[in-house]
Write a protein that binds this ligand. Structure first.
Ligand code: NAD
Length: 248
């Protein structure tokens, strides 16, 4: 049976944990989280290297900063499924991650998370000449106090990740799959009237035009209602040894 460890176990982590316990296809080696209280589970406050011995997959659902600190240690021992995709906007992290994957023969899985279709965006990466994402969230979700609808960011995705690291993982994942952090265009709107996280994604290139509108009730501080479901599906595809129809 595969062994997994959690780095961070809040909204997304606990949804995955419950799913894995129900499906019984993996053993939970550790759950590293400074505050989580999960009776009957191997919760520790800090992720130390000894915990990673024999672990097949670390599931990161903490923050980009935590991931930046632990990336070397994790990839030395295990593959990684990471939800804090904004970490990749940091060129140093990105280079290190690539180098460690090569050196230790590891894989990093980027989940589709709050949106759909990263595989399709990746497949078309040579043809896109315009990729734009417009995200509308409540001021609370963005850590702001706006009382009127405001465009709070309009520019390259790399900078959006620096200003809103916990809110634009969707932008980071699209940039990574598509045309990169400097050519992808991010717009972030703070709207006090909404209780959803909404994303409009537009891809154009070589006679192709794709647009997607995705809206999900803001179930957690930063996470919408769809993401826990999508996260469990991603874990199933990585670990579940699925048979029958597979969507690739
Ligand atoms: N890829 C996507 O589409 C997508 C969608 C939603 C959220 N996210 C990202 O996924 C991550 C998790 O989201 P969430 O809603 O579960 O957040 P959450 O706030 O509910 O949980 C985060 C957990 O990380 C823990 N944590 C903090 N510091 C830690 C440390 N040093 N070591 C270990 N754990 C630590 C916290 O105690 C908390 O329990 C966030 O970075 C979020 O921005 C990504």
């Amino acid at each position: 049976m595969k062994k997994i460890g959690f780095l961070g176990c809040g909204k997304i982590g606990q949804a995955i944990l419950a799913h894995v316990k129900e499906q019984r296809y993996a053993e939970v080696a550790f759950i590293a989280d400074p505050v989580a209280v999960i009776p009957g589970e191997p919760v520790v406050r800090f992720c130390e290297e000894a915990l990673l011995e024999g672990v097949d997959l670390v599931i990161e659902c903490a923050t980009a900063d935590v991931l930046k600190e632990k990336i070397d240690m994790i990839l030395r021992h295990s593959d990684l499924l990471m939800f804090s995709v904004t970490a990749f906007s940091d060129a140093v992290f990105s280079e290190k991650a690539e180098q460690f994957c090569e050196e230790y023969g590891r894989r990093i899985f980027i989940p589709h998370g709050a949106i759909l279709g990263l595989d399709g965006i990746f497949d078309g990466r040579k043809v896109w000449n315009e990729v734009k994402i417009i995200t509308t969230k409540s001021p609370k979700s963005l850590g702001r106090t706006d009382t009127e609808t405001s465009v709070v960011y309009d520019g390259p995705t790399r900078e959006a990740c620096r200003y809103y690291p916990r809110n634009v993982n969707v932008h980071a994942a699209i940039a990574l799959a598509g045309i990169g952090f400097d050519r992808t265009h991010s717009v972030i709107i703070s709207d006090p009237a909404v209780s959803t996280n909404a994303h409009t994604i537009v891809l154009k290139g070589d006679g192709i035009e794709i647009s997607m509108d995705i809206s999900s009730f803001a179930a957690g501080a930063v996470t919408g209602a769809y993401t826990p479901h999508s996260a469990c599906g991603s874990v199933d595809r990585i670990l579940g040894g699925m048979t029958g129809q597979l969507f690739v």
